[in-house]
Design a protein around this ligand. Structure first.
Ligand code: CP
Ligand code: NVA
Length: 327
């Protein structure tokens, strides 16, 4: 019996033709997938607020393989799986044999034979691709060096809650063209949001990601002057300048990002814009405490929405959204 056969006869839920097999990047999600996730997330948010049970994945299990620290992603996935009636098994960097040389491919095969989902946070995006190749259950990217698709879903939900329709919006990214920026650019373009990205020279998002965004919607514009880039924006979004794994680049990046802080002076050029941050924030570096704590900050909503969109994504991948949308 192959691992796949084994998994199919044990715990794996059938996949529909509609849902993607894995979610490694936003590109794995069609516009329809994103619409379903956002709609279901809204239903799930209401269910939480009203204390309505919504255990649509009873006895499902999810392995969570994390090579890096996490507050929001870990807690929202674990909590979300409990709300859905299932169970999450958290595996930190020292909890498996990966560090002792067991291949990612073997790990993915074995986890697939126990679990309905594998959620992984990795340094190297290639490790996720290897997992997906060898897993017989959906693999979900919980952040890699290249992408953070779950964050992008929460960002879209936050924008929809704040502004209603997405397709007339314009959002400016200010800072590093990193994993969060890249996923946001592709997700936003897919939903018709105009994106301008103001980064220091040499810190633009990967060109192939920008090409993929342009294939799906309005092409993101990349510029290097934050003040003019935020003019007319509905929201201005930033993330840390030194991502996990980049600690050695700290001095070099702090110098390169001078003038790219999301602060009150910058927002003077966009007086009506909301401020976005995926968190964790470094107050005084990429954003000021004043902006983060202000009424225009969506950061706390973005963080809460991680719970709702990830639950919706799990339900969508398991083809279990019917009762939620009908109800
Ligand atoms: N935004 C985000 O992914 O936060 P964590 O690193 O705390 O999971
Ligand atoms: N770009 C940041 C995001 C943290 C949620 C990092 O990768 O560390």
């Amino acid at each position: 019996m192959t691992t796949k056969d084994h998994a199919m006869t044990s715990t794996t839920r059938p996949q529909t033709d509609d849902a993607p097999q894995h979610v490694l990047t936003v590109d794995d999600l069609s516009e329809d997938d994103i619409e379903v996730v956002l709609d279901v997330a809204r239903v799930l948010e209401r269910a939480v607020d009203e204390g309505e049970p919504h255990a649509v994945l009873p006895e499902s299990t999810m392995a969570m393989l994390f090579e890096k620290p996490s507050t929001r992603t870990r807690v929202s996935f674990e909590t979300g799986m409990t709300h859905l009636g299932g169970h999450a098994v958290f595996l930190g960097p020292n909890d498996t044999h990966l560090d002792r040389g067991e291949p990612v491919s073997d790990t993915a095969r074995v986890l697939s034979s126990y679990n309905d989902f594998v959620v992984a946070r990795v340094f190297d995006h290639g490790a996720l691709e290897t997992m997906a190749e060898h897993a017989s259950v959906p693999v979900i990217n919980a952040l890699s060096d290249a992408a953070h698709p779950c964050q992008a879903l929460a960002d879209l939900l936050s924008l929809r809650q704040a502004f209603g329709d997405l397709d007339d919006l314009s959002v400016t990214w200010v800072g590093d063209g990193n994993n969060v920026a890249t996923s946001f650019a592709v997700a936003a373009a897919t939903m018709g949001v105009d994106v301008t990205m103001a980064t220091p020279e040499g810190y633009e998002p990967a060109a192939d990601a920008l090409d993929r965004a342009a294939e799906r919607g309005p092409a993101p514009t990349v510029v290097h002057d934050p003040a003019s880039a935020v003019e007319g924006a509905d929201a201005v979004y930033t993330d840390v300048w030194i991502s996990m794994g980049e600690e050695d680049e700290r001095e070099e990046k702090l110098a390169a990002f001078e003038g790219f802080q999301l602060n009150a002076d910058l927002l003077d050029h966009a007086p009506d814009a909301a401020a976005m941050h995926c968190l964790p924030a470094h107050r005084g570096e990429e954003i000021t405490g004043e902006v983060l704590e202000s009424d225009r900050s969506l950061a706390w909503q973005q963080a809460e929405n991680r719970l709702h969109v990830q639950k919706a994504l799990l339900a969508h991948l398991a083809d279990a959204t019917g009762s939620l949308l009908d109800g």
